[in-house]
Write a protein that binds this ligand. Sequence first.
Ligand code: LMR
Length: 338
Amino acid sequence: RSRVNVSILGQCLRCWQSSQSTQVRSFRVTVVGASGGIGQPLSLLLKTNDLISELVLQDLVDSRGVATDLSHISTPCQIKHTLGKSELDKAIKGSDVVVVVAGMPRKPNMDRDHLFDVNASVVIEVATSVAKNSPHALLAVVTNPVNALVPMAAEILKQNDAYDPKRLFGVTTLDVVRAEQFVADHMNLNPKKVQIPVIGGHTGPTIMPIFSQCQPAFRGDDECIAALTKRIQLGGDEVVVAKAGKGSATLSTAYACFRFVNAMLMGLKGMDGPPECAYVESCVTDATFFATPLSLGPKGIEKNHGLPAMNDIEKQAMEKSIGILKDSIEKGIKYVQK
Ligand code: LMR
């Protein structure tokens, strides 16, 4: 009789072990600003991501309607929503990833920097809530100006004893996506086959596509590289002008952010993925925040791959951008310290 019991126990144990090994660890993701121009397409894309078990849509208005709409889509991810500032903590509590896309977009003749004063408060509120409610969450900032708001968020997290530089990201994937597409157009390639690191930050000359490391090797002279670099650097302005006062890039931003969130989730799950560039605390240059290719893992940044190899023109461009980045970083930090 005891032999029977042992064999039943053994079967149960094997059953439990196999259920554990096949159990899918999936994640709770919060989008802050989910009802807006970026938030809606981003949330739609995230609803299709099987690594997400719960997607929380937070906004000051309309999150119920957007959530109800998305909840009719037949994918496993469950949609939740929260409304208003008073529910921000509820939105963030227990989340593995928090993405901030809330804030004002640019209008023609505005720089991203002009948005600092209006958008700083959103990022402060979210960083404070992350510190209090989900200090281990990965925080991804899309809200502009990324170059200043990410160091500012770091300062807020520090003040709340919740800063881990491996978990805070400025999302610059849109620059990479633009570079891939424009290079592919130029070389008549499938953009999915193009890889090009874009380092630095997310405005004007701080956006630095490294053409010397393009895969497949870039075909074009220096003039052509200069023209494409300028187009990538001014990609945001191109959209702002085309939208003629109705905002800035939303759909391409949503796509790029979706790609970065997916990379974060794959990292959290321990799955290998290609490195993605993002703007993070860094000792790679004199600027204390700098975008370089990163490998992501269960605790956020697993490896910062540092600066790619560069030719002299690229090195000079990088030197020039450091001062601009330092000013933005200082602006973000001083705003909070003050
Ligand atoms: C972009 O690059 O399109 C975004 O940062 C939005 C903007 O203001 O340019």
